[in-house]
Design a protein around this ligand. Structure first.
Ligand code: ZN
Ligand code: ZN
Length: 409
């Protein structure tokens, strides 16, 4: 372990030794597999199980891991090898992470480097290196307000789809801040828990609005007495039909001109939809024919844009995996020093991950290599460039965990 890791581990240890509250016990904690990623050589200890939460806390205190995970699956014997664990069911989980969101701030705070040819770039890493086509790319990411706000909005969209379309019971859903760049939603349901990968993939695709064809959802063109009439889905219809139509409003307002609408038409469309009492009338049967210059093919493009706007941008790999290890809430995230924690549904809108997930007290002196300007605990810091500074411990730990700073002395 290098001095930075040693210091982080020491702080994590102090925290875990002095705090016994705030740990989160998932349903049936004894049927879960636990995994610990250690600081030392990034070694993964897994296939562990604990009869009661006190034993788990004891293990965390002894190992002082950088990351603590538990299985979304329930097993007969969580300590056995994968084939012999005796899979019973698994929580349905959704992962929303800024890694998968196309936020405009990324070029300002994220960089990537190709491990093969050392090419570098700004923003999120491409799938393959544009120079040597290698796929081993290393990212240096930052967590910013804008990214986490977007992640929160995606979470709200997800919950709306789960509740209104898939009939998921709100009390069965639990929302967690990951302690880094996103949110997790766990659904505890005996029936859904039995779903295998294929069924979960369908749910993921539904939430992502993948493969939606507006022409299979009532968008159609026909001729009445020589006049071409376009009809489409109605506002207020259940599922994606109503949602797509509602999304059209945003798309027309923001991007109408791109599709050949004059700014006056866009404005009219916007004003008319914004007046709530006109909204239903506006999206009546005759709406689709009423906007001059927009034919069937353009409506199709606009509806697909509306789907993109209204879809919840989840990482479908996580939802599909029935053996997933996922971060245990109430533990520290080794990428940031922030606590992964449950967020009450009613409080999601006002939840501030940059103040509510802080655990470290006091101040620490560190040497910062480079860091963008950031806010933590309602205080502003940075930007920093090769400078020694004394910071509140949570800010110093964030920089240490992000490898943007080193201990002094
Ligand atoms: Zn390369
Ligand atoms: Zn950002």
């Amino acid at each position: 372990m290098n001095p930075t890791e040693q210091l982080i581990r020491q702080k994590f240890q102090q925290y875990y030794l002095t705090h016994s509250k705030g740990y989160y016990a998932p349903p049936n904690p004894a049927e879960r597999e636990y995994g610990f990623l250690l600081f030392k050589e990034k070694f993964m200890v897994r296939h562990r199980s604990f009869k009661d939460p006190a034993q788990l806390i004891a293990a965390i205190r002894e190992l002082v891991p950088a990351h603590v995970y538990f299985s979304t699956a329930y097993y007969g014997d969580p300590t056995a090898s994968m084939d012999e664990k005796g899979w019973k069911r698994a929580d349905l989980v959704f992962d929303i992470d800024a890694d998968h969101l196309d936020t405009p701030c990324k070029p300002k705070h994220d960089t990537w480097k190709c491990k093969a040819c050392a090419a570098t770039g700004k923003g999120g890493a491409p799938k393959i290196c544009p120079k040597c086509k290698n796929d081993r790319l290393e990212e240096q990411t930052w967590l910013c307000k804008e990214c986490l706000q977007r992640a929160k909005e995606e979470t709200s969209k997800l919950l709306e789809i789960l509740y209104s379309d898939l009939g998921i019971n709100p009390p069965d859903t639990h929302i967690f801040f990951s302690g880094h760049r996103g949110y997790h939603v766990h659904v505890y349901s005996k029936e859904l828990g039995l779903f295998e990968e294929e069924a979960r993939r369908e749910i993921a695709n539904y939430v992502l609005g993948q493969g939606l064809d507006p022409e299979l959802h009532e968008l159609e063109e026909h001729s009445v007495g020589g006049t071409t009439i376009i009809e489409g889905p109605q506002l207020g219809q259940p599922g994606w039909r109503g949602r797509m139509t509602a999304g059209i409003h945003d798309v027309l307002g923001a991007e109408g001109e791109q599709y050949g609408l004059s700014s006056a038409q866009t404005r009219t469309a916007q004003t008319r939809t914004l007046m709530a009492q006109d909204r239903d009338a506006f999206f009546g049967r005759q709406f689709w024919s009423s906007v001059k210059g927009i034919g069937l093919s353009t409506w199709k493009i606009l509806l697909l844009r509306a789907v993109q706007e209204r879809a919840a941008n989840i990482d479908s790999v996580v939802t599909t995996d029935v053996h997933r290890l996922i971060r245990l809430p109430g533990t520290l995230n080794g990428h940031t020093g922030l606590m992964a924690m449950e967020v009450q549904k009613e409080k999601l809108d006002g939840y501030d991950p940059f103040s509510e997930s802080l655990v470290f007290q006091g101040t620490m002196k560190v040497k910062v290599k480079d860091a963008p300007r950031f806010e933590l605990g309602n205080q502003q810091f940075g930007p920093f460039q090769n400078q020694e500074t004394e910071l509140p411990s949570s800010a110093a730990m964030l920089l240490l965990c992000k490898r943007r700073a080193e201990p002094i002395g």
